[in-house]
Design a protein around this ligand. Structure first.
Ligand code: ATP
Ligand code: DNN
Ligand code: MG
Length: 202
């Protein structure tokens, strides 16, 4: 089973969580669609300490930091679901989406359609800004409507226990990890959380 990391919005912390999962499980990493720089693949590489993780090349590397459908149009590229094939590996694979789950790849398909294509289990990253309860529960509804399996939620950043409580109550999902708002995101920060995440997932 591979994991597909989605978030309630762009900048929710998917790259941080993907790196944590890779470190915790010594899993491979793949960002199928990268729009703009820096590449999340490079960020993940800079955060990992383990020697086993392989970082697989993006299927689409687009120049503009924008929604993939728009970034692709600017580059004169047509994104198709059929073009995406899982990287060949015997290792576990962590796949990172782009933005939130209903971010368009083209005029028909969404980022979250990749999770169905790859038969992934979803890990949902939620950061608890004002407005995030609504964004998180809408995301949960979109995942449930597609009957996608969700492993659980990771809460990232400023803590908000009441938001967490009500999100977990309504979604029925499990909290896999809480990541505090950190002063630095570096390999030391990662090692603080990876043991905890490993024991939750195994
Ligand atoms: N818990 C945290 N503490 C401090 N900074 C954080 C935390 N989580 C994320 N960040 C920072 O917030 C920014 C956005 O996080 P990240 O790149 O992981 O988002 P993302 O969901 O992957 O965005 P994208 O949609 O572009 O892939 C980064 O600069 C990251 O280092
Ligand atoms: C460029 C950015 N960092 C992400 N890769 C893509 C975010 C797309 C968001 C689209 C939207 O929901 O309006
Ligand atoms: Mg990212």
């Amino acid at each position: 089973m591979n994991y597909f990391v989605t978030g309630i919005d762009t900048d929710s912390g998917k790259t941080l969580v993907s790196a944590l999962l890779c470190e915790a499980l010594e899993a491979d990493y793949w960002k199928p669609v990268q729009a703009g720089l820096p590449k999340d693949s490079d960020t993940v590489k800079s955060l990992l300490s383990n020697k086993k993780t392989v970082i697989h090349p993006e299927a689409y590397l687009l120049h503009t930091p924008a929604s993939p459908h728009a970034a692709a149009r600017i580059d004169g590229v047509n994104i198709t679901l059929e073009h995406f094939t899982l990287p060949a590996t015997d290792n576990r694979l962590v796949i990172e989406g782009a933005g939130g789950c209903l971010v368009p790849l083209n005029d028909r398909d969404f980022v979250i359609d990749l999770a169905a294509r790859f038969r992934s289990e979803i890990i949902l990253v939620a950061d608890l800004y004002l407005g995030s309860i609504n964004h998180t529960l809408l995301t949960c509804e979109a995942l449930a409507a597609r009957k996608l399996p969700v492993k659980g939620i990771i809460f990232n950043g400023e803590s908000n226990p009441e938001s967490e409580r009500i999100i977990l109550q309504h979604s029925g999902l499990r909290c896999l990890l809480r990541i505090a708002k950190e002063n630095r995101i570096d390999p030391t920060t990662l090692s603080k959380y990876s043991d905890q995440l490993r024991s939750t997932l195994l």
